[in-house]
Each structure stands twice: as structure tokens, then as C-alpha cells.
Design a protein around this ligand. Structure first.
Ligand SMILES: [Zn+2]
Length: 161
């Protein structure tokens, strides 16, 4: 998969250039990026630095580090918003580039026992962009998540906020 054809590679490159307003931090194996759809407050992506479609395509040592970092990013999200439950998904059906959708499910979740994909209001927000935070809300959330990441002890190579 060539970099320029992949949306996730493009977003990683935008972050590298300082041009991604959603980027939070760069870790050893991935980029931490706030989701532009904040239907679930705190929803965050952890996007592999390497463009692979499947976990087994990462070299073994990189894979271990990547999974560990994913768990630490999820923990930071948990500490930031104190959800009822974290959801961890690496689906990759529309964007194959390995990325984790880390979704904090709130205490007042209208559908707590189902996946987010069964909530039609979430799907509408995803498609319409109606759950985009204001710039101020976005930046406050990024800083809160960065604070929690720094507290987690994970090695941060670069911060974007
Ligand atoms: Zn890619």
C-alpha cells in the first residue's frame, strides 16, 4: 500500500508537518489522534506508524510494543473521561491501515450492551459531522489526554498540542 493512497498515512504525514488539528502525540509505534466525532466524549484513535493491514504484518517486537502502547493510550482515555467501559476496536474495513478506535462508553450510554455501530444516532453523527467539538473543546480534550498520557509513563516521541 503506497503512502499517498492511504488516508491514515496522509493523516500521519499531516501530523508530522504540524497540520493535523486532531493530533495529540507520537509514540514509538503510532499516532494518538482525537476523533473528530465526539459523540462518545474522549473517543480517540491510535494509528500505526507503519502502514499494514493486519497485526501479524508488524515485526514481533513492534507488535508487542504497539499493543502495549494501545493499552496505555486506552488507559489515558479512561482516566480522562472515566467511562463506564472502554471499547477497543481495530476493524480496518474502510481504512485498512492498522488503527485502533478507542471508545469510552459513558455511564448514561443509551445502548450499553451493544457495539457503537448499532447506535443509529452515532452513525448519523459520524456521517453528518454533527458531533464535532468546537476548536476550544477539541484543544481542551487534546490537552487533557496528553496530560494523562504523560502521567501514564509511556514514552512520547513528540507532542502536537
Ligand atoms: Zn497507510
Amino acid at each position: 500500500m503506497s503512502g499517498h493512497a492511504c488516508r491514515a498515512c496522509q493523516e500521519n504525514q499531516d501530523a508530522d508537518r504540524g497540520g493535523d488539528p486532531w493530533a495529540i502525540a507520537l509514540l514509538a509505534t503510532g499516532y494518538v489522534r482525537l476523533s473528530p466525532t465526539q459523540y462518545y466524549r474522549g473517543a480517540t484513535f491510535f494509528v500505526s506508524r507503519i502502514c499494514v493491514a493486519e497485526l501479524q504484518e508488524l515485526p514481533a517486537a513492534t507488535r508487542s510494543t504497539h499493543l502495549d502502547e494501545m493499552a496505555l493510550v486506552a488507559h489515558a482515555v479512561f482516566e480522562a473521561v472515566r467511562p463506564r467501559k472502554m471499547n477497543y476496536e481495530a476493524l480496518g474495513n474502510s481504512v485498512p491501515h492498522l488503527h485502533w478506535r478507542l471508545t469510552p462508553r459513558p455511564h448514561d450510554d443509551p445502548r450499553p450492551s451493544g457495539p457503537i455501530w448499532e447506535d443509529p444516532d452515532f452513525l448519523r453523527a459520524l456521517q453528518s459531522g454533527s458531533a464535532r467539538p468546537s476548536d476550544d473543546e477539541r484543544d481542551a480534550l487534546r490537552r487533557t489526554l496528553l496530560d494523562e498520557l504523560q502521567r501514564s509513563g509511556v514514552t512520547i516521541e513528540r507532542t502536537f498540542c
